[in-house]
Design a protein around this ligand. Structure first.
Ligand code: NAD
Length: 253
């Protein structure tokens, strides 16, 4: 039956940046669909752990700072040691640094591009190796942005890295579809999280943004639920290399 295709019973999902915001919302959605969840974060995931367990799923926290390559092996190893296998990866952790392009520093460039782009690619690679070794196939979901499609203002490294996430999602999908690995993306619109706090606190920008969103509201972590469960489940087995916007109509405008 069609709804059974959305079930994630028996699956293990790894979500980076699981302690808050969209990452936390997606952990809860995956748990509600039946998956056990591994939350990767720099900070404690107590709140996420409680929410996942309240939904009847198991939760493992892996504490890691993703600003170096070091945690990649640890994430896969600890997941497989604990749960025996890994089926879904959601690359959600990401940062943004705002400054005029004319004044943008090398640090602002490197730190953002490292985590949003380089770490994302190499964690995808490690997950794909695990999926191939398991002969199970797998699902990779990369969190892109409206700035995968548009230029943005005062966030050049974010735009560069999120545009790369869209392109890399296609590139990896092309190589790994033969192993039944689906690589897709979700491009959130303007969502109410820490990431956009500065924008929402700026009355002028807040007004400007809201007036351009056809849905007339900021998105929420719950708005990610349907898209992430779909792309993590058998319902999307023939969807490959596509980035789905969850944006209240922003891109359509
Ligand atoms: P957020 O700031 O609340 O969450 C970001 C997450 O990434 C946090 O869990 C944070 O701990 C984690 N993270 C950042 N640097 C890390 C590091 N060095 N090591 C480990 N974890 C680290 O913001 P959010 O809005 O929930 O963002 C989640 C993702 O969605 C990001 O990739 C962001 O770019 C993307 N996104 C957000 C919006 C939005 O409007 N909020 C829009 C488009 C895309």
């Amino acid at each position: 039956m069609i709804l059974d295709m959305f079930s994630l019973k028996g699956k293990v999902a790894v979500v980076t940046g699981a302690n808050t915001g969209l990452g936390q919302g997606m952990c809860v959605a995956l748990a509600q669909a039946g998956a056990d969840v591994v939350g990767v974060a720099r900070r404690d995931c107590d709140e996420t752990s409680k929410l996942v367990e309240e939904n009847g799923a198991r939760f493992l926290q892996i504490k890691a700072d993703l600003s170096s390559m070091e945690p990649i092996e640890q994430i896969i190893k600890e997941t497989v040691e604990h749960f025996g296998h890994m089926d879904i990866l959601v690359n959600n952790a990401g940062i943004i640094k705002r400054n005029d392009a004319i004044d943008y520093t090398e640090e602002e460039w490197d730190s953002v591009v490292f985590i949003n782009q380089k770490f994302t690619f190499f964690l995808c690679q490690a997950a794909a190796k695990q999926f191939i070794a398991q002969k199970s196939g797998g699902k990779i979901i990369n969190i892109a942005s409206m700035l995968s499609y548009q230029g943005g203002i005062r966030v050049p490294s974010y735009t560069a890295s999120k545009s790369a996430v869209l392109g890399l999602t296609r590139a990896m999908a092309n190589e790994w579809a033969q192993y039944n690995i689906n690589v897709n993306g979700i491009a959130p619109g303007y969502m109410a999280t820490n990431n956009t706090e500065a924008l929402r606190n700026d009355d002028g920008r807040n007004e400007e943004i809201l007036s351009r969103i056809p849905a007339k509201r900021w998105g929420t972590p719950q708005d990610m639920a349907g898209a992430v469960v779909y792309l993590a489940s058998a319902a999307s087995d023939y969807v490959s290399g596509f980035t789905l916007a969850v944006d209240g109509g922003w891109l359509a405008r």
